[in-house]
Design a protein around this ligand. Structure first.
Ligand code: PLP
Length: 424
């Protein structure tokens, strides 16, 4: 098929998920026209139902005040239960292995507090070089907290010379040789800059085979890739909910703890009253009795206003169904890749070509240096195209299957083609 506008429109016509776009607020320009929003990897669009759900909480607060803890439409004390099923669905977990709480980096610290237990020779943390800054800061400060030497205890794998991405085989090879010195492996599901999706089953298996704790960061994976955390046997996972999960700026994050780690809960888990067994929490007794499941990792009572939009979003995901979203995602991103082919002399895709090694995001290196790349981005922004920039020379674009259209992908490629001609 020729990748024409007509073809794009025919794909949209045939798309069984097309009506989901109407469930979202699409940003508009000053003239009231919809912008071309391809930035769901950074902040997902607002589900229209989010407003109703937040309003409901405000109404219940006004009406019930403190009694809302038990009498709100969705009582606030067990509020996290509204989210467990949808989060378990998207992560491939059992409902009591997941909990919505805090934000991503805070959850990462809590997981490291529980699961990073340096002992004897086994003190290292293995991660990727070029990890998201916050993950690197969290890991480095945890090592300092444990009085470990950063230079020797932090191992950061880099791609083979000339490659853009790290191969799973490199992780396996490292762990086969040096696994006995590694306490914990922290790996992303999808790399934020390149858009590479890792085979988490392989990474987790390699880590566990070497006797290490396997932790994954799903910031760019949840709502983007099929996940099977329970089956793949990850020890823990963390994520945020404002990217592909569309739960709004600063939305409540989430956490997975494998069942086998819950029964044998680590002595180093950090506690607060919200992780206490719900039935006896309000006796306020000094002794801590853990709530069952990952909910025991909760510390504080949850931010209801930052959690309500996630209910709206998770309902959409469950209605759209993960396998249909993935099928559309592969088609939509493949269409974008096809449209970028003729631009090979001015751009370079740094996202892997194999569909199983990427989600919906494509990372496009603009050849000719960073300042040219930035001018291209600025010009695209003037044309109402919303995508983003990662140093030193990469534009990230994510056609999101829940709300983006083939026609938008077509128009993006047309704009990019035009802009690249303008800016030499
Ligand atoms: C988006 C993102 C974060 C953001 O962390 P917050 O604690 O939610 O501010 C952290 N790590 C990764 C890998 C991310 O993609």
């Amino acid at each position: 098929m020729k990748p024409t506008l007509e073809y794009a429109r025919a794909c949209d016509e045939a798309d069984e998920l097309r009506s989901f776009r109407d469930e979202f607020a699409v940003p508009t320009n000053a003239a009231g026209q919809q912008q071309l929003y391809l930035c769901g990897h950074s902040l997902g669009l607002m589900p229209r139902a989010a407003r109703r759900l937040v309003d409901q909480e405000l109404d219940d607060w006004a009406r019930f005040a403190v009694l809302g803890h038990e009498s709100a439409t969705r009582p606030w004390i067990p509020y996290h239960q509204n989210l467990a099923k949808g989060l378990a669905y998207l992560t491939g977990a059992q409902p009591d292995e997941v909990v919505a709480m805090n934000s991503l980096t805070v959850n990462l610290h809590l997981m490291l507090a529980s699961f990073y237990r340096p002992q004897g020779r086994r003190v290292k943390i293995l991660m990727e070089a070029g990890a998201f800054s916050s993950d690197r800061h969290a890991v480095a400060s945890q090592l300092a907290w444990h009085r470990q030497n950063l230079d020797t205890a932090l191992v950061e794998l880099t791609p083979e010379p000339g490659a853009e991405s790290i191969a799973e085989a490199q992780v396996e090879a490292y762990l086969e040789r040096h696994g006995a010195e590694v306490a914990l492996v922290l790996w992303p599901g999808v790399q934020f800059r390149t858009g590479q999706a890792f085979d988490l089953q392989r990474i987790i298996r390699a880590a566990r085979r070497a006797g290490c704790i396997a932790g994954v960061d799903l910031a760019h994976s949840i709502g983007n890739m099929p996940l099977a955390l329970h089956e793949h046997d990850a020890d823990f996972a963390v994520w945020c909910s404002y990217k592909y999960l569309n739960a709004g700026p600063g939305a409540i994050g989430g956490c997975f703890v494998h069942e086998r780690n819950i029964g044998a809960a680590p002595a180093s888990r950090l506690h607060g009253w919200w992780g206490h067994e719900a039935a006896t929490r309000f006796r306020m007794e000094p002794r801590f009795e853990a709530e069952s499941g990952a909910a025991a990792w909760q510390i504080s009572n949850p931010p209801i206003l930052a959690a309500a939009p996630l209910i709206a979003s998770l309902e959409l995901f469950q209605a759209a169904r993960a396998e249909r979203l993935r099928a559309k995602s592969i088609a939509l991103t493949g269409f974008l890749e096809q449209l970028l082919q003729p631009l090979q002399s001015s751009v370079q895709l740094i996202t892997p070509r194999a569909v199983e090694s990427r989600g919906c995001q494509l990372s496009i290196r603009i050849l000719g240096g960073g300042s040219r790349g930035k001018r291209v981005l600025d010009r695209l922004t003037e044309l109402d195209v919303i995508c983003d920039w990662r140093e030193p020379d990469v534009i990230r674009v994510a056609p999101v299957p829940l709300y983006n259209r083939f026609e938008e992908v077509f128009r993006f490629a047309a704009h990019l083609t035009q802009v690249l001609q303008e800016i030499s």
